[in-house]
Design a protein around this ligand. Structure first.
Ligand SMILES: [Ca+2]
Ligand SMILES: [Ca+2]
Ligand SMILES: [Ca+2]
Ligand SMILES: [Ca+2]
Length: 455
């Protein structure tokens, strides 16, 4: 019987993957995904590749999920609304991994089917990529069991996906040495936390084109295994088509989405054009800066054509990460983007289902270099709140007083210092409120802030 945490995790992982392989190979994807995202991304071993967005979106209108007292009476709702705003010192900071330098953003997926999101993280200065198994609420404040899955150069992004469909979740890293790497997980689940059992290979079709910032694994063409959408610090936005044998990385083919990319800060697949095909939304910092989306031209042969571009708001302004939600509950997607070189957070209200008409609100912020964004109900009042991470330190969340498309948002600091990346909201300690997961490249590295708004 295993006695320590890594052994327990490995044992649980082995059990979970045995179940997956023997009985229901892809059931874990469906269990975690919200139906809305399943529509956007066909089911497959990587279709839960956007868990932060799934979770955030799920969290917005679901008042009973975030405010358990709500069903009791409007009186209780009033109490929730009147709860005092939390102070920065109320948000306790915890470190998941403080060994090394340069933790640069997290991507989540439940890789061992225990219902808890696990983490992939690229360490840019250390030149390696690590994966973490969520130890559950009781141990979540201590360092998490982890494995270095491989060397990955000056890595900007790492994401889980079972790329070869063997039941073990692999990791794909995007790096500023003009390479995309696949870190193949051991098929033997009991060795998942053993670094020597992972192997790293380079995706030839990506090499030398430009520095890479992100990949999104997704089943794009409906053939073979999951494909990879990728963007970087250059004009090429592309997707890589998986061959019949995904392990044969030399056989992956590159297809152009657009030559109007740039220094990509934010990137997500989300349906914006009203045809149920996932479109690509980008926030670009330099080289063609701005917020824009590219319409998925598929299905069938049209998928291989360039994707038509639509600007969101005024172009030419340096954008940070991007996030979408139906902020006002009118059934239309809204887009929220922190601005890198302006003292604003831009809120774009979707005005129809074409993705072409947007109403812009510029929410004033204290400084420039606004970077990370997440949406969720932080204070459990049933209304969507925003959280913005600052590149030069600190994060704050914002609550509105009824109209999210006004500038009447109240700012609440969470912490200061460090160099933060994007932020992700999830209830890590299982106390009913959304905590804040992020990385601090210059501080305690992979960190989370504990939401003090306990129900
Ligand atoms: Ca898990
Ligand atoms: Ca695999
Ligand atoms: Ca709220
Ligand atoms: Ca919590």
């Amino acid at each position: 019987m295993p006695t320590d945490v890594p052994q327990l995790m490995a044992s649980a992982l082995a059990d979970a993957q045995k179940v997956r392989r023997d009985v229901i190979p892809v059931m874990h994807s469906h269990r975690i995904l919200e139906p809305r995202k399943l529509v956007q991304s066909p089911p497959g071993p990587c279709s839960q590749s956007l868990p932060p967005q799934i979770r955030r979106r799920r969290s917005i209108p679901s008042v009973e999920f975030h405010c358990p007292l709500l069903p009791l009476a409007p009186f209780v709702l009033t109490l929730c609304v009147l709860l005092p705003a939390a102070n920065a010192q109320d948000w306790q900071k915890h470190s998941i991994d403080n060994r090394g330098r340069g933790a640069d953003g997290v991507r989540l997926l439940d890789v061992n089917a225990d219902g808890l999101f696990d983490i992939a993280c690229g360490w840019e200065e250390a030149g390696e990529t690590r994966a973490y198994l969520n130890p559950g609420p009781a141990l979540v404040r201590t360092p998490w069991p982890s494995v270095t899955v491989g060397k990955s150069g000056p890595v900007e992004d790492a994401v889980f996906c079972d790329l070869d469909g063997d039941g073990a979740f692999d990791v794909i890293s995007a790096s500023e040495d003009q390479r995309i790497r696949v870190h193949w997980a051991p098929a033997d689940a009991s060795r998942w936390l053993d670094a020597t059992s992972w192997t790293t290979e380079i995706l030839p079709a990506a090499t030398g084109l430009q520095n890479w910032m992100f990949t999104i694994p997704t089943q794009l063409d409906g053939h073979h295994g999951p494909d990879l959408v990728a963007a970087g610090k250059g004009p090429e936005v592309v997707w890589f088509e998986a061959p019949a044998d995904p392990r044969n990385l030399a056989a992956w083919k590159r297809h152009l989405i657009s030559s109007r990319g740039g220094w990509t800060m934010g990137m997500m697949l989300t349906e914006l054009s009203g045809d149920d095909l996932p479109d690509l939304l980008l926030g670009i910092r330099r080289t063609n800066p701005g917020v824009r989306w590219f319409r998925n031209p598929g299905p069938g042969a049209d998928l291989y054509l360039p994707w038509p571009e639509t600007g969101v708001g005024v172009q030419g302004q340096a954008a940070g990460f991007v996030e979408v939600a139906d902020l006002d509950g009118d059934g239309l997607t809204d887009v929220v983007v922190p601005m890198m070189e302006q003292r604003t957070l831009q809120i774009f209200r979707g005005l129809d289902r074409t993705g072409r008409r947007w109403q812009t609100t510029n929410l004033p912020l204290p400084t420039e270099r606004n970077k990370g964004i997440a949406i969720g109900d932080i204070n459990l009042d049933g209304q969507a709140d925003l959280i913005v991470a600052h590149e030069l330190g600190g994060a704050a969340w914002f609550s509105h007083s009824g109209n999210p498309h006004s500038t009447e948002w109240m700012r609440h600091p969470i912490g200061s210092g460090g160099k933060l990346d994007d932020v992700t909201l999830l209830d890590l300690d299982a106390d009913g409120d959304l905590d804040v997961l992020t990385t601090d490249e210059r501080g305690q590295q992979v960190i989370w802030f504990e939401n003090p708004h306990q129900p």
